[in-house]
Design a protein around this ligand. Structure first.
Ligand code: COA
Length: 514
């Protein structure tokens, strides 16, 4: 029974105005009265006592004999029916009714008939019982710890502070390989050899440019909103691109075309981000350069200048570290959309939407905003303590999966240290203070810096403006999303969970409009 629901008894739901008959009544006449009253049974009484019940089932049996004119109720009724008392609880009564296959119970108090309870009355049970669906498994809120699919793309081991792309440690990949190699690993299932790597780089470079039909409309998108919101503009422009390129339901295209849609999407994303950014500031977009690495080209399209290799490598490492991360919310969103048979463009648009939330991808600029607000190291502890006591979340800290150091944060801290810059020492001090304050005020929650805290510091040092932090995250995560989309399409099952309805009890009659 639903928690807090009051105990309901048969008396609360029974019909008091019972259609009764005598055993000596004619069957045909009783049948007419049942039709008039639109009820499925008549209780046969003798001096107020229920001695039988005549149900539709009895009438069907009688009709099969074909000779009803002189038949009496006594000949066809079910004698000595099971009854219930008015003070019995509704749930056991309902169970008994359904176990016996009855549709009606006469309600008897002492030896007198006082009502009847039917399946129809039992419909009201929906108001007092929690609805159970057959085979239903209760998942934890937020699907925490719930395994919903099999994947070969990668996984996160939160307790160990470890995550991997296919069989490789993602942090080691970021230390040793290029983004293009990691992309190849996710799409093709293995790290490329030198020849494969060169061919893959060329393929990506050839897909970087924005199609002319989209390029023409980007200025309108960049200035359409009252304020330029880069991720919203990117979602809009990418949706236009998927439409322009005529991406189709993956069910209507072959695996090679699905891969082509995925490659085109991931390859063109940086150009869309940077073109929109520049247009929003009244600048001409910078066309991508096929001779530059993915990361160097990313920074090149921002300024029009070939970036310093150390910065390009720092951004490349950030991009590698954020390419994939288990069944995070945006990846799950992409897979849910794909599971319906939708085109890859729809899955990516949905994933961008999921990523936009501050609880997912929208935090790195907020983490830097926090550093700005703290201003100086001596103010850190008071500022953080006040924020936590107010109930605020400290942006860039805490994680659903990691209950120890986030390995991405550890590596990005070292990337930030390698790059140097004014902010690094301050950020490290704030990190230590936040961890200490959270350990004191939120004991046992194991809250540490997540990927977003040092991501902001690294991107800032590489000259990426704050408003482009989440779009930059998008430009790497789209590779993970599309790898998952391809995997989902290759072995699909519609993802369609259930929910417990917790609103006002149904069914209530729909009121007429007065
Ligand atoms: C990422 C995040 C959403 C994970 O949340 P989650 O797994 O749902 O964890 P919960 O919201 O259940 O938090 C558990 C407890 O830790 C606290 N907590 C978690 N992150 C916190 C943070 N950044 N600052 C302060 N308290 C935090 C919660 O208030 C909660 O405390 P309570 O038990 O007193 O209610 C959460 O840590 C957060 O909001 N972080 C800040 C935003 C951020 O950095 N996002 C980027 C993620 S990569």
């Amino acid at each position: 029974m639903a928690e807090g629901a009051k105990v309901r008894r048969v008396r609360d739901l029974m019909t008091r105005d019972v259609l009764t008959a005598s055993a000596s009544d004619l069957l045909a006449a009783t049948c007419s009265r049942m039709l008039e009253r639109s009820v499925g049974s008549a209780v046969v009484v003798d001096d107020g006592r229920a001695v039988g019940i005549l149900t539709e089932r009895d009438l069907v049996r009688a009709a099969a004999t074909g000779n009803l004119e002189a038949a009496t109720v006594a000949e066809w009724m079910t004698p000595k029916p099971d009854t219930v008392g008015p003070d019995e609880e509704i749930y056991p009564a309902f169970t008994s009714l359904s176990q016996h296959g009855y549709r009606h119970f006469p309600v008897v108090e002492g030896d007198q008939l006082v009502g009847i309870i039917s399946m129809r009355d039992m419909l009201e049970l929906a108001q007092v019982l929690r609805v159970e669906h057959p085979g239903q498994i209760e998942a934890r809120r937020g699907l925490e710890g719930v395994v919903v699919a099999e994947t070969e793309v990668g996984d996160v081991r939160g307790q160990e502070g470890f995550y991997h792309y296919r069989q490789y440690n993602a942090v080691e990949l970021a230390a040793k390989r290029s983004l293009e190699d990691v992309w190849h690993l996710l799409y093709e299932g293995h790290l490329p050899d030198a020849a494969e790597a060169a061919a893959f780089r060329d393929e990506i470079a050839s897909l970087r440019s924005i199609p002319p039909a989209v390029k023409k409309l980007l200025p309108a998108i960049a200035i359409a909103g009252e304020h330029f919101v880069p991720l919203d503009a990117l979602r809009t422009a990418y949706s236009l691109l998927a439409y322009t390129l005529d991406f189709k339901s993956w069910m209507d295209i072959d695996a090679a075309t699905r891969r082509a849609d995925a490659m085109r999407t991931s390859a063109v994303m940086p150009a869309l981000i940077m073109a929109l950014h520049r247009l929003s500031r009244g600048q001409e977009p910078v066309d991508p350069r096929p001779d530059l690495s993915y990361a160097a080209n990313y920074l090149y399209m921002l300024t029009g200048e070939v970036p310093d290799p150390d910065r390009a490598r720092a951004i490349e490492q950030y991009l590698i570290l954020t390419t994939d991360h288990g069944f995070n919310s945006s990846t799950f969103t992409a897979r849910v959309i794909t599971s319906t048979g939708a085109d890859l463009g729809s899955a990516v648009v949905g994933a961008i939407g999921a990523l936009s939330g501050p609880l997912h991808g929208g935090a790195p600029s907020r983490a830097l905003d926090m550093l700005d607000a703290i201003q100086t190291p001596d103010r850190a502890e008071t500022w953080i303590r006040d924020a936590v006591l107010r109930g605020d979340r400290i942006m860039g800290f805490g994680h659903r999966i990691y209950k120890t150091d986030d390995p991405r944060s550890v590596m990005l801290r070292s990337v930030a240290e390698r790059l140097g810059g004014s902010m690094v020492a301050f950020a490290k001090q704030v990190e230590t203070t936040v961890v200490e304050v959270l350990a004191e005020l939120k004991p046992g929650r194991s809250l540490y810096a997540n990927v977003e805290f040092y991501a902001g510091v690294v991107m800032d040092e590489c000259g990426i403006p704050r408003e482009l932090f989440t779009p930059t995250f998008t430009s790497s995560r789209v590779i993970g999303w599309t790898a998952h989309v391809l995997e989902q399409a290759a072995d699909n099952r519609l993802i369609r969970p259930s929910a417990h309805y917790a609103g006002p009890p149904p069914p209530r009659p729909v009121p007429e409009l007065t």
